[in-house]
Design a protein around this ligand. Structure first.
Ligand SMILES: Cc1cc2nc3c(=O)[nH]c(=O)nc-3n(C[C@H](O)[C@H](O)[C@H](O)COP(=O)(O)OP(=O)(O)OC[C@H]3O[C@@H](n4cnc5c(N)ncnc54)[C@H](O)[C@@H]3O)c2cc1C
Ligand code: SF4
Length: 459
């Protein structure tokens, strides 16, 4: 009976209302009970057999750590041993910009190649035995899976940022308890693993380190087909290779097909976002991966972007990563420079606001229709103008995600759409910037109590 109730809870609170974050934990923690299944709205867990009594302890863990039910970020953040407190990027030690000095690493980097530099150092110094990273399956275009490896060559060659909802935790059972692992994931994967590590420390001691990449928006599958259609390529099987961040930073989408090579600048292909944006990235307040040991993003700043070389921004939340960064700077593997809080925020002010204020407003709206993820922090005193801006964002996304609108727009050449989108986006950013900046500067975030917090405190 209890097993049935737990399954019911996962379906009624998360899967049925469309709150699944596609993380794969359901499959990763249970014994052939769930299987992640591809849908047009991202991979969703499907129940593949009847639950039995022996599933109860796995199901309890899933219910505790499912990001679709929300995450008590503030309470979990307090468990990290850090020197500085922040409710908008999570507690932390230091902030850096960094870039690999190795051409080999930077050539295939999303930003400064910092993530792979850290992974290689963790393997070389034997701090971990294996890395768990997302990669494109060999010879399988747009088919991604977790790669467990200790091969430096394989780490060097992992795919760049993959802007498609993809499970990452479905292989948790395959990890060996007597080995040490580092996991690279998006904020939701990292938050889920942190809950497991805090609530069940002995069971997850083998997952030594958590590296989060910043994540603003992610997309459902279909975005690449949409892009191809606008370029006269009808068959996805015509693709031979995809690079999401090809060439000089910030890089471009580059697709090699049987007959031609297509490419579009990073800021142009952002036009795909309103058509394919995944719901999970609209209902999470976590942009930086607040529960990681170290978080890495693009170091967006006009000065660095003009250099074009490729820079990452990093937030350390564990002493180990401060030490590694200092070591890699000393042996000249990395360019590393400390930055202050104001600079780090300025690089991503728009997206932080989109998550900290925007997600809250979007969740408030969804609350009227059914269960929503519950968090332990809330922004207060949001202006009427900001609420109005959110209504327009919601309207644009709901129109763009309509099937008919999508198929009409897919016929327009991507270069035209990309160009128009870039102009509209810049215009929109400059109109909304004063309200959003004011909102971010005056933002007051308060602690809230709810059933998710109580449940976490009682575990
Ligand atoms: C969906 C998505 C949204 C993002 N949004 C932002 C943003 O708004 N702002 C920002 O500053 N940065 C964002 N990033 C992060 C950014 O694109 C880079 O990944 C980050 O700067 C690290 O770059 P790097 O050169 O240090 O990493 P690299 O050394 O190039 O290594 C990249 C690592 O990321 C892993 N990876 C790639 N895609 C995924 C994925 N989908 N899930 C899990 N792991 C993955 C790879 O396995 C590899 O280990 C986003 C990334 C993704 C995947
Ligand atoms: S968010 Fe993850 S754990 Fe929750 S239902 Fe979806 S796949 Fe399962």
């Amino acid at each position: 009976m209890e097993q049935k109730n737990l399954i019911k809870q996962i379906f009624t609170e998360v899967i049925n209302p469309g709150n699944c974050f596609h993380c794969g934990l359901c499959e990763g923690l249970s014994k052939n009970l769930f299987k992640m299944t591809n849908t047009s709205k991202g991979p969703i867990p499907k129940l593949i057999r009847k639950p039995v009594k022996n599933d109860i302890s796995d199901l309890k863990k899933i219910v505790h750590a499912c990001p679709g039910r929300g995450i008590p970020y503030h309470h979990l953040s307090k468990k990290l041993i850090t020197s500085k407190k922040s409710k908008i990027i999570g507690n932390y030690n230091s902030l850096y910009i960094a870039s690999s000095n190795s051409n080999l690493i930077r050539q295939k980097a999303s930003s400064g190649g910092l993530v792979r530099s850290l992974l290689i150092e963790l393997i070389k110094s034997k701090k971990v035995d294996y890395v768990c990273i997302l990669d494109e399956k060999e010879e399988k275009i747009l088919n991604f899976d977790v790669l467990l490896t200790n091969s430096i060559d394989k780490i060097l060659n992992t795919s760049q940022s993959i802007y498609q909802t993809t499970p990452l935790l479905h292989k948790l059972k395959k990890l060996k308890k007597n080995k040490k692992y580092v996991f690279v994931g998006l904020p939701e994967h990292i938050a889920s693993l942190r809950i497991l590590k805090v609530n069940y420390p002995k069971d997850y001691a083998h997952i030594k380190f958590l590296i989060s990449i910043y994540s603003g928006t992610n997309m459902y599958p279909g975005a690449i087909e949409f892009y191809l259609k606008g370029n006269g390529v009808r068959n996805i099987n015509d693709i031979k290779k995809i690079d999401w961040r090809y060439g000089e930073w910030p890089g471009m989408l580059r697709i090699v097909t049987k007959n031609k090579i297509l490419s579009l600048k990073k800021f142009y292909y952002n036009y795909l976002i309103p058509f394919f944006i995944s719901k999970n990235c609209l209902i999470t307040p976590d942009f930086t991966g607040e529960l990681s040991d170290v978080s890495v993003g693009d170091a967006w700043s006009p000065t660095l972007e003009n250099k074009g070389y490729g820079y990452s921004v990093a937030i350390t939340r564990s002493k180990v990563f401060d030490e590694i960064l200092i070591k890699l700077k000393r042996n000249n593997s990395l360019y590393v420079k400390k930055i202050n809080f104001k600079n780090a925020i300025r690089m991503h002010a728009h997206m932080i606001e989109f998550k900290k204020v925007g997600s809250y407003l979007r969740i408030e709206k969804l609350k009227k229709r059914g269960p929503v993820p519950l968090y332990d922090l809330e922004p207060i005193n949001i202006s009427y103008l900001r609420k109005f801006i959110e209504k327009i964002i919601g309207l644009i996304i709901s129109i763009a995600s309509n099937k008919i609108i999508k198929s009409l727009f897919s016929l327009i050449n991507s270069k035209i759409l990309g160009f128009v989108f870039k102009i509209v986006r810049q215009l929109w950013k400059s109109i909304t910037k004063p309200t959003k900046r004011k909102g971010l500067n005056n933002i007051k975030i308060i602690e809230v109590n709810n059933k998710r917090v109580k449940e976490f405190l009682n575990t």
